[in-house]
Design a protein around this ligand. Structure first.
Ligand code: SF4
Length: 383
């Protein structure tokens, strides 16, 4: 099947056994939602996602134990048969504990760092020095980098800017140029598709040579999660913007391949010239944001909870409120700050916020009732 789509002439960047940028096909990628330290489950998911068509599969790594698990995962991948082994490309997702990059870089094709998380550890070291160290690590280990900016975990120094995601991307891309490092791509992700559209257009105009990884973060459960992603990604792809993409969906682990299938279907439509969304599309009424979950999810009930929130709130679907349902503290506190009602999951309880104010932490069995009380209160205020 021909999935060739006219691309903007970005720089060619090698990621393991494939390339992005220039005239290379747009690569679909995704992320494991298994516990990284459950090596067998993660291996099974890496294989499932690669066989579904993912060119790159990301795995979270936050600790030395995660790093050891990733090394074990890489050993197991080397034992697979050659045709399968050669198709697998791993990426690692770093958050606060960026120093683990040194341990895992030899086993992965790409390292994603999040500028918003370089400020929480080693606070006496300027972020530029941390990025310099990551670049040196990538060079030594023949690894690509991604500057991965996410609306739920913005660099505190950028929060006051008109467009914090774009401002953070400018700063880090500029620093890469000063460091003379070119083997990287950038992602500018928001849960609002229209902002994803705007900031990626701005970035592509400002840095036409830099490959871009596209995505709407926390798009939620299908089919609305796919519609939100398409609202931003489809116009961008038609404009030649985007070298890799992820459709982020809240689905149970055994359905994770749906992210890849949705990404491939989008590319097929664009390659065939089929437009499925109109410019400026927004979801009507109740907007539910939920993360796709990953190794960091703090309670395995998160995906079920996100789906229950969808079902329980159907009676209020005409109201223009935003409800965020997030799996952990990484993007949970940030994303729920901007929602009318926000839930973010801890190990034993779920934090409930209303317009950024914490109302309390409630057991998993009680949270739906508490959410309904707050939703009814909001509806009452609009009457
Ligand atoms: S909010 Fe937490 S659990 Fe959800 S995708 Fe982000 S890091 Fe993973």
């Amino acid at each position: 099947m021909d999935r060739s789509i006219p691309r903007n002439p970005t720089r060619e960047v090698q990621i393991g056994s494939f390339f992005i940028g220039s005239a290379h096909p747009v690569a679909v990628q995704t992320m494991c939602a298994t516990r990284t330290q459950d090596v067998d489950a993660t291996l099974a998911q890496v294989i499932q996602l690669t066989e579904a068509g993912a060119k790159l599969v990301r795995v979270a790594c936050d600790s030395l134990n995660d790093a050891e698990a990733l090394e074990a995962l890489s050993r197991k991948i080397r034992e697979l048969n050659a045709p399968l082994r050669e198709k697998i490309n791993l990426s690692v997702d770093l958050q606060e504990n960026y120093r683990v990059a040194e341990k895992i870089a030899p086993f992965v094709a790409k390292i994603r760092y999040n500028p918003g998380h370089l400020h929480h550890v080693e606070t006496d070291i300027p972020w530029r020095e941390k990025v310099r160290w990551l670049v040196e690590t990538a060079k030594k280990t023949d690894t690509a980098l991604r500057i991965g900016i996410n609306c739920g975990s913005i660099d505190p120094a950028k929060k006051a800017e008109d467009d914090p995601i774009f401002a953070s991307a400018l700063e880090h891309t500029g620093w890469m140029a000063e460091l003379g490092f070119e083997r990287f791509c950038v992602s500018l992700k928001d849960s609002d598709p229209q902002n994803v559209l705007k900031i990626n257009r701005l970035f592509a105009a400002r840095f036409p040579e830099v490959p871009i990884h596209l995505g709407v973060t926390e798009a939620g459960v299908p089919p609305i999660g796919i519609a939100k992603s398409r609202a931003a990604l489809e116009p961008l792809l038609f404009e030649g913007i985007g070298d890799t993409l992820r459709i982020s969906l809240t689905v149970p682990n055994e359905r994770k391949r749906e992210e890849v299938e949705a990404g491939l279907a989008l590319l097929e439509d664009v390659a065939a010239g089929r437009r499925t969304v109109t410019e400026g599309w927004k979801s009507e009424g109740l907007n539910i944001i939920s993360c796709p979950s990953c190794s960091r999810v703090q309670n395995g009930r998160f995906v079920e909870l996100a789906m229950q929130v969808h079902e329980m709130t159907q009676y209020a679907k005409a109201y223009p409120f935003t409800i965020a349902v997030m799996g952990c503290r990484v993007n949970g506190p940030g994303e729920t700050d901007h929602a009318d009602l926000g839930l973010w999951c801890g190990p034993n309880a779920v934090n409930l916020k209303a317009k950024g104010t914490l109302l309390g932490s409630f057991p998993y069995d009680e949270i739906l009732g508490k959410l309904k009380e707050e939703l009814d209160r909001l509806i009452g205020e609009t009457a």
